[in-house]
Ligand binder design. Structure first.
Ligand code: GLY
Length: 380
């Protein structure tokens, strides 16, 4: 597979969910079309934009302009940046502001931001007046290829990440690839882990293409739109077959069982961004698959090599503060994995590899095997 080398026209990916189907519109500059698209979808609607301080600084005015030029009334709700907003307090703030702004059943909430804003605003929309529709305008690579698509919304409990939430599909996703130009290289890289994930879990040809074209994705060339569209198509196909994660959708959690435990062990702090945890977790999942004889050591090394080549952390030892902090305890990591949403009746669920591009859900993984594997990695 080779990349289209010129920036193409906007790409629309359909999420085929019957009467809740929606479009993901991908392209440089598509944010300017938000107002016209919203007006076509919901004539006369009132909107409230939920965003965070940093995104507001870069993109709020342009978003508001697009809406007002299309005759759409809008108000703004600005939250603190980061996981601190994905809390009961953050949800209360957004919900009360939406009620104060008189957002009614037929109106729209617009989530303008990364994964935190999308999850929080989507959940607030899901429970406001028992359900108000919302539009996702993802501004991080991670949100464009993962969290804005598929309807998972929610907040964290003090006892664990994303433990409170609802499936609530957006009615439209606008993924403007030029907004990614203001991300820090580290944030962009973290999102790239989720792009690579689609290759590793279900599309070997895409993984091979990424090995060749990753530099163009990072520099904002045409490969960026192609990678985002391919990722969104992969996710849309899985979500349309298994919206509520009764089976196949769990494949999207590749790298997340290990990754969430590592995020928890580092206090959901800047020491490890979510995508970085997924990168380390995906390598651990590949290496564990090799340990179980499901893939070759060479395939596991290939996954590691690609993620490392873009500068992502791939080993436990790459995580900031590894030497000093409680990460080095295999039992503590096992305890954190046991609190994961993916645990069923005490059994750990992992997404393992049968090949690059062919992941499988493994329920019932023997905890002692995982513990021994982790122990070895921690001392390696
Ligand atoms: N991020 C995994 C999913 O949406 O299912």
């Amino acid at each position: 597979m080779t990349a289209p080398l010129k920036h193409s026209a906007d790409i629309t990916v359909d999420v085929a969910l019957g009467d809740r189907a929606y479009d993901i519109v991908i392209g440089r500059g598509v944010l300017a079309s938000l107002g016209a698209r919203v007006a076509a979808l919901r004539p006369g609607v009132q909107t409230a934009i939920v965003t965070d301080r940093t995104v507001a600084k870069h993109w709020l005015e342009q978003t508001e302009r697009s809406l007002t030029e299309a005759g759409i009334a809008t108000s703004r709700i600005i939250v603190e940046e980061g996981e601190i907003s994905k809390t009961y307090a953050g949800l209360e703030k957004v919900s009360e502001a939406l009620i104060a702004a008189r957002i009614e059943r037929n109106d729209l909430v617009i989530a303008l931001g990364g994964g935190v804003v999308g999850d929080l605003a989507g959940f607030a929309a899901a429970i406001l007046r028992r359900g108000v529709d919302f539009v996702q305008v993802p501004t991080s690579l991670l949100a464009q290829v993962d969290s804005s698509v598929g309807g998972k919304t929610g907040i964290n409990s003090p006892q664990g990440k994303n433990l409170l939430g609802a499936f609530h599909q957006p009615v439209l996703v606008i993924a403007d690839t030029s907004v990614l130009d203001t991300l820090s290289p580290r944030q962009f890289r973290a999102g790239y882990a989720e792009v690579a994930k689609y290759g590793v879990l279900g599309d070997e040809a895409f993984f091979t293409w990424l090995e060749v074209n990753h530099a163009d994705i990072f520099s904002g060339g045409a490969a960026r739109e192609h990678a985002i569209a391919t990722s969104c198509r992969a996710k849309a196909a899985i979500v349309s077959r298994d919206e509520r994660e009764n089976g196949e959708r769990a494949l999207l959690n590749l790298g997340h069982t290990f990754g969430h435990a590592l995020e928890a062990a580092t206090g959901f702090s800047d020491r490890l961004f979510h995508g970085e945890g997924v990168s380390v977790g995906m390598v651990l999942a590949a290496e564990f698959s090799a340990r179980l004889g499901m893939i070759s050591e060479a395939d596991a090394a290939r996954v590691e090599r690609h993620l490392a080549s873009v500068g992502l952390p791939t080993h436990l030892q790459d995580i900031a503060g590894f030497a000093q902090e409680g990460l080095k305890d295999a039992d503590a990591l096992m305890a954190l994995m046991a609190q994961d949403k993916k645990v069923k009746r005490g059994k750990l669920t992992f997404i393992l590899l049968r090949a690059i591009g062919r992941a499988a859900v493994a329920n019932d993984v023997e905890p002692a095997l995982v513990r021994d594997f982790l122990q070895q990695k921690l001392s390696g």
